[in-house]
Design a protein around this ligand. Structure first.
Ligand code: SAH
Ligand code: SF4
Length: 366
């Protein structure tokens, strides 16, 4: 198969075999892939990058995912919950600095107290910003009632990575029990769509046992689910997790990074008008990782607004960057990096997924 041929890269429907070949491309073929993705980004989403100020609200988690540094089975992190005042301080920073949106992310908790706390925070952020700040949540699997309550209180986007769309691989990277149920995760994604959220998903790249076929399948899964947003990044091992035992069998970090860039580029070609994040995990491997992702199709950045004192305890993976960089430093560093990548910042704009808007304007309302 001539994977660099223009006719292949001009398609937007790919077979699994074509995607595998493109994910494995090198040299000129790889350059052609990146060039095509950049063209499509420019044409369909433009060169504006939107900021979502990220608050890592809590590392308390009821789950025990085998890859994650804050899994419930790891006794090392000190468990925390950011206070309401601190969250509102971050919201004020976001507003004053023209970040159009925030992301509240946390470990998975479904108890009533947590659900009510999040609802209260949503209301207060909306009031403080006079409705100006858009809010994305990333808090794992919840009941329909909870998703509806949070939506009613102002959250309008939700990120829930499928982690891998291959059921067998899913159970190799999660405990095989009812709290880590692959089908429930898919159901949750469907619920979020039904309720009216902009729905985001994603996968980790370079997991133990993962192949290019799995990743090609993930791209087809995103397309079939018709997601509005994507956040993908390299898997990075963490010493205090069960999957660390496989650290010597992983692809080298550079390769995990490289394949992550190709995943971003291919998804941009396949789903032209969705929002795609340049993720922090990409920057963990390559200092210019996020700029490189912007160049091949990403259009969203999530600057970290979590108060510094909590960051050491939200280590999902090793070598997480910016642990000691406060919100101001982070802003300055990012602005320079984005301009270097040839993009502009969409100050004060929500920058919602065009894909979402298009689906809704063409839906029959059923
Ligand atoms: N608890 C929520 C949100 C917080 S975790 C949830 O799980 O959906 C956010 C993301 O961090 C996860 O979706 C996972 O893809 C990523 N993550 C966790 N451990 C990681 C690791 N070791 N390397 C790279 N990404 C990781
Ligand atoms: Fe909890 Fe999310 Fe980490 Fe899984 S990935 S252990 S749900 S924080």
């Amino acid at each position: 198969m001539n994977i660099s041929s223009d006719s292949i890269l001009r398609k937007d429907e790919f077979s699994l075999a074509e995607l595998v070949a493109l994910l494995g491309s090198h040299g000129g073929d790889k350059v052609n892939l990146y060039t095509r993705a950049a063209e499509i980004k420019k044409q369909f989403v433009g060169n504006k990058v939107y900021f979502r100020g990220l608050v890592e609200l809590s590392n308390i988690c009821s789950k025990n995912c085998l890859y994650c540094g804050i899994r419930s089975g790891n006794t090392k992190p000190q468990r925390y919950m950011v206070t309401e005042d601190e969250v509102l301080e971050s919201a004020r920073f976001a507003l004053e600095n023209g970040y159009g949106s925030m992301v509240l992310q946390s470990g998975e908790r479904c108890d009533e107290r947590f659900v009510a706390t999040v609802s209260g925070l949503l209301q207060k952020i909306k009031t403080l910003s006079d409705g100006k700040l858009g809010i994305t949540l990333s808090m794992g699997e919840q009941s329909e009632k909870t998703y509806r309550e949070w939506f009613a209180n102002g959250a309008h986007r939700y990120l829930l990575r499928i982690e891998t769309s291959d059921k067998e691989l899913y159970y190799r990277i999660h405990p095989n029990d009812s709290r880590h149920d692959f089908d429930k995760r898919i159901e949750s994604l469907k619920l979020l769509r039904k309720i009216g959220y902009n729905v985001g998903s994603g996968v980790m790249i370079g997991l133990p046992f993962q192949t290019l076929e799995h990743l090609a399948g993930d791209l087809l899964f995103f397309k079939a689910l018709d997601i509005d947003m994507a956040g993908m990044g390299p898997y990075i091992e963490h010493e205090d997790t069960p999957l660390y035992a496989y650290k010597d069998q992983l692809w080298p970090r550079k390769e995990r990074f490289d394949v992550s860039l190709k995943m971003v580029a291919l998804l941009r070609i396949m789903m032209k008008d969705i929002n795609i994040a340049a993720t922090t995990a990409m920057q963990a491997i390559d200092k210019q990782g996020r700029e490189k992702a912007l160049k091949v199709g990403a259009n969203i950045i999530m600057p970290n607004l979590t108060p510094l004192k909590y960051r050491e305890d939200y280590l999902l993976y090793e070598d997480k960057p910016c642990l000691d960089e406060d919100a101001d430093e982070c802003r300055n560093c990012l602005e320079a990096r984005i301009h270097m990548a040839g993009d502009k910042i969409g100050f004060g704009e929500w920058g919602d997924s065009k894909h979402f808007a298009k689906r809704n304007s063409s839906s029959t309302g059923d």
